[in-house]
Design a protein around this ligand. Structure first.
Ligand code: DHB
Ligand code: FE
Length: 282
């Protein structure tokens, strides 16, 4: 039986990918940010997940105003790094897991989550930067990846409660897959950041840390699920809404979790970087 063995949350700032690709990680600006991922890289090398369900958002690379799926699942064999304007990142192709992905798509749709099914797309920094942070710079990514893309770019994004419940449904789908697979679920994006307008550069460390506390807590997520879009917008900036994707991961782990690792660092470009490693405590 497939099982979800851990959840990871991490920001996905594109400049982090550029710092790695351009070998700047030891520079004083970047060193403390990457230091917070040392523990996680050692941990994941032991854990060796077969598959990562990687919840992320596309930033007008695969989708644009022509098509805006609220929730989409990648069922393809492989995905190339997207060209976001300065050429694709020099990172390996992302290898999919079509059998499990189609199983999850079927289970979710019959469970009344109307997923968009994607067989072909390129993946942007939202997906490749978390892989780089967790795995470094290997010749090939050491696991298969099922991309789950969430619209947090164009209003209206899904509610936090809907995201949590999607996570619960993903867990049910994984548990009903007969093959013995070690599956992790990652929630990416955030934390506080605003890239445009008069409040560009906004960071709210107090709010972010309360969110990290709530994410690490064992309960039914009521406080997290009740956070409205307007609160993310007001307290964490226009791009802070990316954090609803963390709730998909958290919902998939069940009520009881054991926090294994936590990291928070400001600044990385315009963003407060947050990172959690959680284990379901069944
Ligand atoms: C930045 C952060 C993001 O989440 C993103 O998608 C693009 C840019 C930034 O801080 O530069
Ligand atoms: Fe983003």
């Amino acid at each position: 039986m497939a099982r979800i063995t851990a959840g990871v949350a991490t920001s996905h700032v594109p400049a982090i990918g550029a710092a790695m690709d351009l070998k700047k990680t030891a520079e004083p600006y970047w060193q403390p940010l990457f230091a917070g991922y040392d523990w996680s890289r050692q941990w994941i090398a032991q854990e060796k997940p077969d598959v990562v369900i990687l919840v992320y958002n596309d930033h007008a690379s695969a989708f644009d105003m022509k098509i805006i799926p609220t929730f989409a699942i990648g069922c393809g064999e492989r995905y190339k790094p997207a060209d976001e304007g300065w050429g694709p990142r020099p990172v390996p192709d992302v290898i999919g897991e079509p059998d499990l992905a189609w199983h999850i798509a079927q289970s979710l749709i019959l469970d009344e989550f109307d997923m968009t099914i994607i067989n072909e797309m390129d993946v942007d920094h939202g997906l490749t930067v978390p892989l780089s942070l967790m795995f470094g710079q290997p010749d090939a990514w050491p696991c298969r990846v099922i991309p789950v893309a969430v619209n947090v770019v164009t209003y209206p994004p899904p509610s936090g409660n809907r995201c949590w419940r999607l996570g619960e449904a993903i867990a049910r789908a994984v548990e009903s897959f007969p093959e013995d697979l070690n599956v992790q679920i990652w929630g990416t994006g955030g934390m506080s950041h605003q890239l445009q307008g008069p409040r560009a550069g906004l960071i709210n460390a107090e709010w972010d840390n309360r969110f990290l506390d709530l994410m690490s807590q064992s309960d039914d997520g009521e406080a997290l699920r009740a956070i409205e879009h307007i609160e993310y917008l007001r307290e964490t900036g226009s791009e802070g809404i990316e954090m609803v994707m963390w709730l998909i991961m958290r919902g998939a782990l069940g009520d009881k979790v054991r926090p294994l690792h936590r990291h928070y660092h400001v600044p990385a470009s315009n963003t407060a970087v947050g990172h959690l490693v959680l284990e379901p405590a069944r």
